[in-house]
Design a protein around this ligand. Structure first.
Ligand code: PRT
Ligand code: ZN
Length: 302
C-alpha cells in the first residue's frame, strides 16, 4: 500500500525506448529500489519515492489526473494528449507542467513523402490522406495551415500505409531516418522536435513532498550537467590565462595555483561544462599550456 500523502509516485514507461534511460537517471540521482518480478511498481528504498511502470501513452493522463506526481515521457505524447483534451495554448498548461526537458529520447515528428508519390511537400497536402499515430498534432497543423486533408489513424507501422494504399503521405517519428529510407519515403517538414520531459501534476503538493521533488530536480540537473562536464588541469604561463579561458567555453572561473619554484608558470584547474574535443586540447597546447589532464566529473551540485 502506497502512502499518497508522503510518497512521491513517478510514472515511467514500462518497456520501451525511454525505460532504461529513465531508470538509469533515477539511479544516478541516488535512488535504490526493489522491483519484484512482473510487478508494475518499484518501491524506493532510500527515498520516499515509488515508480509506476506503464505504457507511455498513459503517462500524461496519470499525471494530469493526479494519480502520479511526476511522469517521464516523450514531448510528442504530451502534445498529442494535450491537443486531444481540447487545450490549444502552445505552451505549458495547467494540466501538464513541464518541469524539465531531458537529454534523451530525441526524435522529431515529420511528414514522409513516398519517393514515387504525388505529394512531395506540405504545400501539396490539400485533398490527400495522411497516415499517422499522432492525429491530434497533425490535425492541429492542418487547421493552422488551413489545409483540407484527411487524417488516417494508425497505431503502429505507419510507414507501410502508403504501400497498402491507405494514404498518400505519412507523419511519423524519425530519429536516424533509416525506417523511412528503407520504405522509400523521403522525410519532409518537421511538425515537432521532441525529447523526454518530466511532467508534474497541476495539483499543489504537501510541503514535504514538494521538497523531495525539488531535491530530485536538483540532482537531475546535476546528473545532466556532469554527462558532458570535464575537470581540466594544466600548467600554463600566466600571460596565457585569458586565451585559455576563451578556449574553454562553458568553463567556470578557473582556479589558478602557484607552482613551487616557478614564477611565470601556474597550475590551472577548470570545470568545463561542454564536450572537450581533441581540437580544444591542441589549441590549449598552442596557447602555451602543458601537462593537460582531462578527467570525468562524477557528481556536481550547483
Ligand atoms: O508500449 P508503449 O506504448 O509504452 O511504447 P511505444 O511503442 O509507444 O513507444 P517506444 O518505446 O517506441 O517510444 C517511446 C518514445 O521514444 C516515443 O514516444 C518518443 O518520444 C521516443 N522516440 C525516440 C521514438 C523514436 N526516437 C523512434 N525512432 N519513438 C519511436 N521511434 C520509431 C518511429 O515511430 C519509427 O517507427 O522508430 C522508427 C523510426 O526510427 P529511425 O531511427 O529509423 O528514424
Ligand atoms: Zn506508446
Amino acid at each position: 500500500m502506497i502512502d499518497k500523502e508522503t510518497r512521491i509516485k513517478i510514472a515511467i514507461q514500462k518497456s520501451g525506448r525511454l525505460t532504461d534511460h529513465s531508470l538509469d537517471l533515477l539511479q544516478r540521482c541516488g535512488l535504490k529500489y526493489t522491483r519484484a518480478r512482473d510487478q508494475l511498481i518499484c518501491f524506493g528504498e532510500n527515498m520516499p519515492l515509488d515508480i509506476l511502470l506503464v505504457r507511455d501513452d498513459d503517462i500524461p493522463a496519470l499525471v494530469r489526473d493526479d494519480v502520479c506526481d511526476l511522469g517521464f515521457v516523450g514531448l510528442n505524447i504530451v502534445e498529442e494528449t494535450r491537443l486531444g483534451s481540447g487545450e490549444d495554448n502552445d505552451s505549458e498548461t495547467e494540466h501538464f507542467s513541464v518541469l524539465r526537458r531531458m537529454d534523451y529520447g530525441h526524435c522529431r515528428l515529420s511528414f514522409g513523402y513516398p519517393e514515387d508519390g504525388p505529394v512531395q511537400s506540405a504545400s501539396q497536402l490539400n485533398g490527400r490522406r495522411i497516415a499517422t499515430s499522432y492525429p491530434n498534432i497533425v490535425n492541429d497543423y492542418l487547421k493552422r495551415e488551413s489545409v483540407d486533408a484527411e487524417v488516417v489513424e494508425f497505431s503502429g507501422a505507419v510507414e507501410i500505409a502508403p504501400s497498402l494504399g491507405r494514404a498518400d503521405v505519412i507523419c511519423d517519428l524519425v530519429s536516424t531516418g533509416t525506417t523511412m529510407a528503407a520504405h522509400k519515403i523521403r522525410e519532409g517538414e518537421t511538425l515537432l522536435e521532441s525529447e523526454a520531459v518530466i511532467l508534474q501534476t497541476p495539483v499543489a503538493l504537501p510541503a514535504g513532498k514538494q521538497q523531495w521533488i525539488d531535491r530530485l530536480m536538483q540532482r537531475i540537473d546535476g546528473v545532466m550537467q556532469v554527462r558532458e562536464s570535464k575537470y581540466i588541469m594544466m600548467h600554463a604561463p600566466k600571460s596565457a590565462l585569458a586565451r585559455i579561458s576563451e578556449l574553454l567555453p562553458g568553463s567556470e572561473a578557473p582556479t589558478v595555483l602557484p607552482l613551487e619554484g616557478l614564477d611565470d608558470i601556474v597550475a590551472v584547474h577548470v570545470v568545463c561544462r561542454e564536450t572537450v574535443f581533441w581540437e580544444t586540447l591542441e589549441n590549449l597546447k598552442g596557447a602555451g599550456a602543458s601537462s593537460v589532464l582531462v578527467v570525468p566529473v562524477e557528481k556536481m551540485l550547483a
